[in-house]
Design a protein around this ligand. Structure first.
Ligand code: SAH
Length: 205
């Protein structure tokens, strides 16, 4: 595939990309800025690519699917677990806008450095995104509560910390084994879960 425009057209044709805000965010962030230099020519292909350290930049289809579920609004505070290349972080930054905030937690220090370099290309970066190196299973209490939480690596369930750090009325979109769970917090102790099947992810470690 030759261009970002063609990739976006493909995702629309596949029916996974519909929300105008998500389309705008995808257009604003060039995936080629987030892949390793040797994969730049493959940046607009609809598949994951290695970013080193056994990790991958998401398949565009998966990012579109998860961001559509998350329904981010301007001004929201989002917790992202497993920021990897920073590609999705940059799109979240576009979605929340200047008044919002994205807290991105990444386990690997080398990837955190890569994200930092990649995200410097995003003009909203300085004020909107906070990059944290640490274990995302614990969430990030210092900036809680969050309107939305999105995770990039699959565990066997949803960590308790995420549920606690989410606002009532908020939503978590996270991979669990080979599915994506969409969890709405109805009250302090009650959650509604919708499961979407047919995906594969690196493990949450
Ligand atoms: N959306 C990212 C996907 C990166 S792959 C992208 O498109 O680039 C998943 C990421 O989750 C990896 O960077 C991995 O290091 C990270 N990860 C795995 N377990 C984690 C944990 N417990 N806490 C934080 N990050 C974790």
């Amino acid at each position: 595939m030759g261009s970002q425009t063609e990739l976006i057209a493909l995702l629309k044709a596949e029916g996974v990309l519909n929300n105008p805000a998500v389309i705008k965010a995808m257009k604003a962030v060039d995936r080629a800025d987030f892949v390793l230099p040797r994969y730049r020519s493959l940046a607009y292909e609809n598949y994951p690519l290695s970013i080193g350290f056994g990790q991958t930049i998401f398949q565009p289809y998966t990012v579109a699917f998860m961001l559509e579920l998350l329904k981010v609004k301007k001004g929201e505070k989002i917790l992202e677990i497993g920021a990897g290349s920073g590609w999705q972080t940059a799109m979240l930054c576009q979605l929340v806008g200047k008044a919002g905030r994205v807290v991105a937690v990444e386990r690997l220090s080398k990837l955190k450095r890569l994200e930092h370099i990649n995200l410097a290309k995003c003009h909203l970066y300085q004020n909107t995104i906070t990059l944290i190196q640490g274990d995302g299973k614990l969430g990030y209490l210092a900036a809680a509560p969050y309107d939305k939480i999105i995770a990039a690596a699959a565990g066997s369930g949803i960590p308790e910390a995420w549920k606690q750090q989410l606002k009532i009325g908020g939503k978590i979109v996270a991979p669990v084994k080979h599915s994506i769970w969409e969890i709405s917090k109805l009250s302090a102790k009650s959650f509604k879960i919708i499961r979407h099947w047919g995906f594969s992810f690196v493990p949450l470690v």
